[in-house]
Design a protein around this ligand. Structure first.
Ligand code: SIN
Length: 525
């Protein structure tokens, strides 16, 4: 183990939320940003296609954006947090523009796309469907240009350093040197993104293994709303190919969902048809597949202008081309896939978790803005707004550095092949804790996950085994929360409790490590 390093602010995660926090905190403090990826450009942000929802068009207002967000959240949004998001969002988007990001325009005016559950066109995009890539590049360039910011790649956080109940930094595995480095910090920001990789089918990149949620839980932070996992209705589904997101913006431009026989089916499920909230569309697809016995449904853009489709969705067109599908002539085979975790480390509107010194922003956090179901393209906005806010809270309140003596931690390369365990975990989660759940399946999942735990119980954890342990931890928490919530709401659908039950369940489920009881807090909504 190396001697401790010191920094003012330790940011774990280098996507939109982490980099926004880093850039804002660097106004006065030294910031170290870690990513476990081998490149500081890798993050879930990079793969975002749809864009950033922000009330910037003349037809729009923060109030309308507020209403759509609350409506999608299905009774569980925190209105104060949503107000912060929709009112501060436009300024944070303007920051990106000031830093060089060119959103798509026509005749010099920003163009706005539409996605599910938005009543109007509100979603800014850049280079068509390469919005995330453009944002990531802009933020990495901005952070790299700031002298107080150090960006470290291939650094995997093994454990948060908690001393007398306060977070004082983290133990980090430097995967290039093989050392463990304790990093002491005045404030630590979790911005590790999501957990989609715990499911067999996901739109998320390989880094999304729930590390931040597991770290926060083990550090004693309150975890909220974990049962709410969003399944994106349309991931490309082809034998042998990894699922690939087909943006909701494609439906926003007029794409239609069709069954195996070519028939449209969404109008019978929801008045907004293809642009209904995601949970509705995902369940409708599932029900069509059960009825027909087919493996996929189809997303059809063949009736739209081919040149426009290729220009508006270059990444999607090229990726489909690479699998031999010309989307302007053939419908795209799609299936729902795990996409986004609404739950995470519970925070206030300044990113503070329940552990002093520990902040969270982006997908790993549960600010309350998404409630039971996230409105499309609110997540990039969330990263911008709450990353910035967490930094401002830290600038106000970061305590002096405490030179605690770190415990000794070492790691060794894994001795056993953990891939079969990861595959089993992902199957268990998909089959039992997926789009439709019931008590029997959730209990089966908990038992199966428990059986897998020994594979990740080595005393000295290498980063890959530690990832597996994180996946098992968050998988168990999601299954437990899903078992407790005996109703259906937003992203959580119980076939044995298929309706809302506001009287019992318009409230949040919180877990704190060591609690065997679930604690409930009444929703503010
Ligand atoms: C998409 O482009 O459909 C995904 C956008 C989002 O998840 O908000």
């Amino acid at each position: 183990m190396r001697e401790p390093c010191v920094t003012d602010v330790l940011v774990i995660g280098a996507g939109i939320a982490g980099l926004s926090a880093a850039v804002a905190a660097a106004a006065k403090l030294r910031v170290t940003v870690l990513t476990k990826a081998a490149s500081s450009s890798e993050s879930a942000t990079r793969y975002a296609q749809g864009g950033v929802a922000a009330a910037l068009s003349p037809a729009d207002s923060p109030e309308l954006h507020f209403e759509d967000t609350i409506q999608a959240g299905d009774g569980l949004c925190d209105p104060d947090a949503v107000r912060v998001l929709v009112h501060e969002g436009p300024d944070r988007v303007r920051d990106l523009i000031d830093w060089g990001l060119q959103f798509d325009t026509v005749n010099g005016e920003l163009v706005f796309g539409r996605e599910g559950a938005h009543r109007l066109h509100r979603v800014l995009h850049a280079h068509g469907d390469a919005t995330g890539e453009m944002i990531q590049r802009t933020l990495v360039a901005r952070a790299r240009g700031l002298e107080p910011v150090a960006l470290l790649k291939s650094h995997f956080t093994l454990k948060l350093l908690v001393h007398q109940g306060c977070c004082r930094g983290a133990y980090v595995a430097d995967e290039e040197s093989g050392d463990v480095v304790p990093i002491l910090a005045r404030a630590t920001v979790l911005a590790t993104g999501g957990l989609g990789r715990i499911y067999r089918s996901t739109t998320n990149p390989a880094v999304a293994t729930g590390d931040g949620a597991a770290l926060a839980y083990r550090a004693g932070a309150e975890m909220a709303d974990l049962e709410f996992v969003q399944f994106h209705p349309t991931a490309l589904m082809l034998p042998g190919a990894p699922p690939f997101l087909i943006s909701e913006a494609v439906r926003g431009e007029g794409a239609l969902l069709r069954g195996a026989g070519g028939e449209r089916f969404m109008p019978k499920y929801h008045p907004m048809a293809e642009l209904a909230p995601r949970d509705v569309v995902s369940r409708a697809i599932l029900s069509e597949l059960r009825r027909s016995g087919a493996e996929t449904v189809f997303l059809d853009v063949t009736h739209l202008d081919a040149a426009f489709i290729r220009e508006r969705f270059p990444t999607i067109s090229k990726t489909c081309d690479s699998y031999g599908i010309d989307i302007t002539r053939q419908p795209i085979p799609v299936h729902p896939s795990a996409h986004y975790s609404m739950g995470g480390a519970a925070t206030d509107v300044w990113g503070r978790t329940s552990v002093p010194g520990l902040y969270a922003c982006g997908e790993v956090a549960c600010t309350g803005i998404h409630g039971a179901n996230r409105l499309a393209s609110n997540s990039l906005l969330e990263g911008l707004v709450f990353g910035h806010r967490a930094a401002h809270a830290i600038l106000e309140e970061a305590p002096p550095l405490l030179h605690v003596a770190p415990a000794r931690i070492d790691w060794h390369p894994a001795r056993t092949d953990i891939e079969p365990t990861i595959r089993r975990l992902r199957e268990v989660m998909w089959d039992n804790v997926g789009i439709a759940r019931d008590a029997e399946g959730l209990r089966r999942a908990l038992a199966a996950l428990h059986e897998l735990e020994p594979a990740a119980a080595a005393p000295s954890l290498d980063p890959r085994t530690a990832e597996l342990r994180n996946m098992l931890t968050v998988g168990r928490l999601i299954a437990e929360a899903a078992l407790v919530r005996e109703e259906s709401r937003g992203g959580h659908y119980r076939t044995d409790f298929p309706t809302h039950d506001d009287a019992r369940w318009r409230r949040h489920i919180l877990f704190v490590r060591g609690d065997t009881m679930v604690r409930e807090r009444l929703s503010l909504g």
